[in-house]
Design a protein around this ligand. Structure first.
Ligand SMILES: [Cu+2]
Length: 142
């Protein structure tokens, strides 16, 4: 009877040890999978960020930014047939109006809105903001 009880106890201990050992490696294998996934996801956005500044540089050639109640650059020189673009970066609305009333200006431009105009004839085209007349600029067409 005594031998049978000890054998049963040993079997129970072995069973507990096997169960304990078989559970332990599972969390280890799970944690090694997670870092390999996060490394791949951090590599992808770095590649997509690179082309953005290049395309912006080519677009902004004839662009005048309206920033802090000023046209930048205040005077722009372009070749006849060029398109000049104004982009409002102020949280305030602006409206481009030419000193020569026969030259059509823009509608009211709120934040992030832009206005594009093609200049076919050579000459000097001074303009201002009809909402803030102190804001002035000139487009020189050659
Ligand atoms: Cu204005």
């Amino acid at each position: 009877m005594k031998i049978f009880a000890t054998t049963l106890l040993i079997i129970v201990i072995i069973a507990v040890l096997i169960a304990g050992c078989s559970q332990a490696p599972q969390p280890q294998s799970q944690t090694t999978v997670v870092p390999t996934v996060s490394v791949e996801s951090t590599t992808l956005p770095q590649i997509t960020v690179v082309p953005t500044p290049i395309s912006q540089a080519s677009v902004s050639a004839n662009t005048i930014s309206i920033n802090n109640f000023a046209f930048k650059p205040q005077t722009i020189t372009v070749k006849a047939g060029s398109i000049v673009r104004w982009e409002n970066l102020d949280p305030v609305s602006h409206r481009i109006m030419f000193n020569d009333k026969s030259v059509s200006g823009s509608d009211v431009l709120s934040y992030s809105q832009s206005f594009s105009k093609k200049f076919d004839q050579a000459g000097s085209f001074p303009y201002y903001c009809s909402i803030h007349p102190d804001m002035t600029g000139t487009v020189i067409v050659q």
